[in-house]
Design a protein around this ligand. Sequence first.
Ligand code: PLP
Length: 386
Amino acid sequence: MQSKDESKRPAQPRYRVPFVSFRSAQKDKQFDTILKRVREMYENSQFILGPQVEAFEQSFAQLAGCAHAVGVNSGTDAMILALRALGIGPGDEVITVANSFIASVSAVSLCGATPVLVDVASDYNIDPDCIEKAIGPKTKAIIAVHLTGLPCRMDRIEQISKSANVPVIEDAAQAVGATWAGRRVGGIGKIGCFSLHPLKNLHVWGDGGVATTNDPELAERLRKERNHGLKNRDEVEFFSFNSRLDSVQAIVGLSAVEMLPDVIAQRRKNAALYDSRLRALKGYLEIPTPDKKAFATYHLYVVAAERRDALRDHLDRAGVETKIHYPIPAHLQEAAKSLGLSRGSLPVTEALAGKILSLPIHENLQEAQILEVCDLIEHFYQRSIA
Ligand SMILES: Cc1ncc(COP(=O)(O)O)c(C=O)c1O
């Protein structure tokens, strides 16, 4: 039986180095400001698409280097509404990758269009050569997923998009604040799609998303797409969803925009520390190697590891939490059966799925924790070399 004192003791966390950590001194400081703004919103009863959403959209547009930002209720909806705003539907094809969160693919299917899944390059992002080969008369868009916070090779992708006259949608769900050749993601393609999910570098207290664009007509369309197709209070131009960003989440999002530079700086510092130690394990473990043009934000720090599952167990036993993003590529999911892509059709993606491992990279990690993870990985491989 537990003694009275034992029952009062907080449960020991399962991991000494957890994969995520939501609380920080900076976030705790913002908490009171957020509550004050929520009270003001409550007192003015501005629950839906009020000044809080507008303020958040303005600051997010600046962040993404875009003229317009439209707050919606998730990153997935941002993608669906972007595809719809571009008039994509049944009979159309959209080129994207299987090495992503399922929403990059399901958004296409949910619009009635066909996802055409192509392989990734050595940076784990869409391979521009594969896009070129996949473009055909039915291609109506390319979705470039900036996975882990690393921008895709946007100069090549832009060239392909221009010469084929096919727009690019950027799935920037994991990449807020990242840049390619000094240009911010979300403002490079026709429409950028962001997620505000709690696991993202810039997050709210639930679900949320943003669609960004420099095209005023598309911005207008996206505003209607998220709000029943209404062009004013009473007139409906087309049938659409209710996918508005809540005012409460917009308030939280505004604070998150203010904190993002610190979050990114810390994650990049953590990544540099991992790099400096893990580089020596080349041949056993490959670290991320961003192109010189890329400013990566490290939503994730993904390594490709020999004997990945054994390494993961070793870290787990030592109290280090890791994840795999993503163990089953989209084309091998049951939901994607109708695409007819069997095992072997995307060799790079499939080979990566057996090797990739996401190490903890969050902004609240202590230097000592990262060094401990590096020690453990070194010991694992030293033992296997011996
Ligand atoms: C690459 C990618 N695309 C799209 C999404 C969908 O975003 P949400 O979860 O906000 O719908 C996510 C979120 O996990 C993502 O990582």
